[in-house]
Ligand binder design. Structure first.
Ligand code: UT7
Length: 319
């Protein structure tokens, strides 16, 4: 049986840091409110000339280095993003060129904060099916460009960044199980409902969110998904060593951990210094924890993300 296995991880956060105190000078908010409601202390903001593919490229180079894999060995690129450089070509094709490699499939997936789970599941299927041997899977976002910086309900929550993994074909897992879900009936509670037509922006190009509705949906959906993923793999929560969740809100993460009876020291938490980076948040958290030496070979990790669509997904893997 063929599996895919994470051979290396990388991430990149832009240089500029925006603290809660900085935000409190722009909108009616406070460090106390942001920290107590979300767990976020600061976030990174891309420079004006820094594009999603630039962030993706830096994270990818770090992932390739940690995997000991040359760019010329990659035979698939999947980029999860909702903030690509432009309408087309895809961030994945631009990234491919920036990495100086050409010819193999490269495409974006758009599942907002569940994007990395979708991209990983897609690449895993390519590898299992024999269509790729060495896949680069990236989550990269510049959400700072779709935020209304006068809207305190949303601008304090998000940041920019990228994370990447190299997936290699392997005789042993690796990725044990992935699950993806979507329910378009909830598309209005978290959306950036703008587009471009006839040379003009149509609709609203800023993110808007019904925070409480999203919160309620996320808590329930993530708990159910975690149980379903473990059941499908014939495992229980007791078999889990680490939870690597989407980094949106520490209260949502605590709730998932509680559902799994997992103590918080088994949960990777990085949102304090980068906020919600949407599709980038899971690979960012994964990379930070991997580089800190937290994961031991053979340990079981659960990755979970949820966001606009609504779309949500998980990956259960052996490190
Ligand atoms: O990645 C996709 C997934 N996204 C998420 O997971 C986000 C899910 N939602 C959340 O994390 C939370 O709902 C928020 C952090 C967005 C909001 O927390 P909350 O505890 O649900 O607050 P709330 O929306 O009920 O607002 C409470 C109060 C309101 O004031 P009133 O109406 O009670 O007077 C808000 O206007 O807090 C006010 N408020 C703020 N106050 C200071 C909202 N934003 C701010 C702010 N600073 N930045």
């Amino acid at each position: 049986m063929l599996y895919s296995r994470i051979a290396g991880t990388g991430s990149y956060l832009p240089e500029q840091i925006l603290t809660n105190a900085d935000l409190a000078r722009r909108v009616d908010t406070s460090d106390e409110w942001i920290v107590s409601r979300t767990g976020i202390h600061s976030r990174h903001i891309a420079a004006p000339d820094e594009m999603t593919s630039d962030l993706a490229c830096k994270a990818s180079l770090a992932a390739l280095e940690s995997a000991g894999v040359a760019a010329s060995e990659i035979d698939l690129i999947v980029v999860a993003t909702s903030t690509p450089d432009m309408i087309f070509p895809s961030a994945a094709c631009i990234l491919q060129d920036k990495l100086g490699v050409h010819g193999f499939p490269a495409f974006d997936v758009q599942a907002v904060c569940a994007g990395f789970a979708y991209a990983l599941a897609t690449a895993d299927q390519f590898v299992r099916g024999g269509m790729a041997k060495t896949a680069l899977v990236v989550g990269a976002e510049v959400f700072s460009r779709i935020l209304d910086w006068n809207d305190r309900r949303t601008c304090v929550l998000f940041g920019d960044g990228a994370g990447a993994v190299v997936l290699k074909a392997s005789d042993e897992p690796g990725i044990i199980m992935t699950k993806l879900k979507a329910d378009g009936r909830y598309r209005d509670i978290l959306a950036t409902p703008g587009g471009v037509a006839n040379g003009e922006v149509v609709g609203t190009p800023f993110l808007h969110m019904d925070g409480q509705a999203v919160f309620r949906f996320a808590v329930k959906a993530l708990a159910e998904l975690a149980s379903e993923t473990l059941d499908a793999a014939g495992m229980t929560a007791a078999d889990l060593d680490w939870l690597v969740p989407h980094q949106a809100n520490v209260r949502i993460i605590e709730s998932t951990a509680k559902h799994l009876h997992l103590s918080m020291d088994k949960v990777i938490l990085t949102l304090a210094h980068h906020g919600n980076t949407s599709a980038a948040s899971i690979p960012l958290a994964l990379d930070e924890a991997a580089r800190a030496g937290k994961f031991k070979r053979g340990e079981h990790l659960m990755l979970e993300g949820i966001g606009g669509g609504f779309a949500w997904g998980s990956a259960l893997l052996r490190w």
